[in-house]
Write a protein that binds this ligand. Structure first.
Ligand SMILES: *[C@@H]1O[C@H](CO)[C@@H](O)[C@H](O)[C@H]1NC(C)=O
Ligand SMILES: *[C@@H]1O[C@H](CO)[C@@H](O)[C@H](O)[C@H]1NC(C)=O
Length: 332
């Protein structure tokens, strides 16, 4: 009993010291610039797994040539790079905002790379007299290696913050991830981790060294409806997803509505200075279902992933526009 008591006091002291002075992080991967360096988390985000769901998290990108821990939000930042929010408004790797409307009840590939493929299902409506659908992202289908993961916003008549609207599946089986915080699910060999970041309606999906995807389910509010004249019916609040992607290991062949903006020589067709630049590509990126990987421009081919040149765009500062590290490409 006595030793137990002393051990817990020591552990408590260690926890307190870490909370005050910040945790250290490192990269276990050989070839990373940060390999086994002990780096201290910034004081604004001293911990890698804070107990406060709203606290920023300390994070180290092992592929980045800038070997420096950073703070990040866990909830999607709809103004940040890699965001897909609203009726869907994307922000590419180059920071340029663009809209891709697709069509309601169809599926489009947001990212198609050698070993990562992400489709979105669009829901929406077309009020009388309009020439196109208003659309939102209702579900994501994520494929990597030979695994399939899906996440869907369940349909709701009226939005109730007390109700969770997330449905998950992994390799064809429905997945129950208990409500609450913290609540974490991992696949058998840690290929994928799903972590709730609030007790309901928000998660981070981690594919180690490949991607991190923050997702929240939100409704169309009365105010959005009024401002944008969506004409939302009274029996459907069009619960949909707000998403922010962070990619850690894309190849230079990456395709997809959002993915192509990560190609090293991508020229964004969205014109800077245009208020709502809309980009097309419906026919290049349409897939037949949420977990289908075929489309005109899709490149998913998990058996060839070793050919890929891993790039990094992370959140690093690429001032100087030069490249560094092992085949790491930096964008100006
Ligand atoms: C979201 O991202 C934008 C653009 O990078 C940034 O200016 C803003 O501070 C971020 N918001 C939060 C809450 O971090
Ligand atoms: C979500 O899962 C519940 C059961 O867990 C099921 O009843 C419901 O139909 C599912 N909704 C969607 C949109 O898949």
């Amino acid at each position: 009993m006595k030793t137990g008591g002393i051990v817990s006091v020591i552990l408590l002291v260690i926890v307190l010291v870490v909370q005050v002075s910040g945790e250290f992080v490192t990269c276990p991967k050989r070839g990373s610039k940060c390999f086994l360096k002990q780096l201290k988390c910034p004081s604004q985000c001293p911990l890698t797994s804070p107990t406060d769901p709203n606290a920023k998290v300390c994070f180290l990108d092992c592929n980045s040539p800038v070997c420096s821990p950073e703070c990040k939000n866990r909830k999607p930042n709809c103004s940040g790079r890699g965001a897909a929010c609203l009726d869907p408004r994307f922000i590419g790797a180059d920071g340029i905002v663009f809209y891709f409307h697709g069509r309601s009840n169809e599926h489009f590939s947001l990212v198609s790379d050698l070993n990562l493929h992400i489709n979105a299902r669009f829901i929406g409506l077309r009020p009388d007299g309009r020439t196109r659908d208003f659309t939102w992202i209702q579900a994501l289908g994520i494929l990597f290696d030979n695994h399939k993961f899906s996440l869907e916003a369940s349909k709701a008549e009226k939005w109730d913050v007390e109700v969770d609207h997330l449905n998950f599946s992994y390799n064809g089986n429905e997945l129950a991830i208990p409500e609450g915080y913290p609540s974490v699910w991992k696949s058998a060999n840690n290929e994928i981790k799903v972590e709730r970041i609030s007790s309901k309606n928000s998660v981070i999906i981690t594919l180690p060294e490949v991607a991190e995807i923050s997702v929240s389910v939100v409704p169309i509010t009365k105010q959005d409806d009024r401002i944008h004249k969506y004409n939302i019916p009274s029996d459907n609040c069009f619960a949909h997803l707000e998403v922010q992607f962070r990619f850690l290991g894309l190849s230079s062949k990456v395709e997809g509505v959002l993915g192509r903006t990560y190609q090293p020589d991508f020229q964004n067709p969205a014109k800077p200075g245009v208020a709502m630049p809309v980009v097309g590509g419906e026919n290049k990126y349409r897939t037949t279902s949420l977990l289908d990987t075929k489309c005109e421009s899709c490149v998913f081919s998990p058996s060839h992933k070793e050919d890929s040149l891993v790039m990094d765009y992370g959140t690093m500062d690429c001032t100087g526009g030069s490249s560094g590290g092992n085949g790491i490409v930096c964008r100006k």
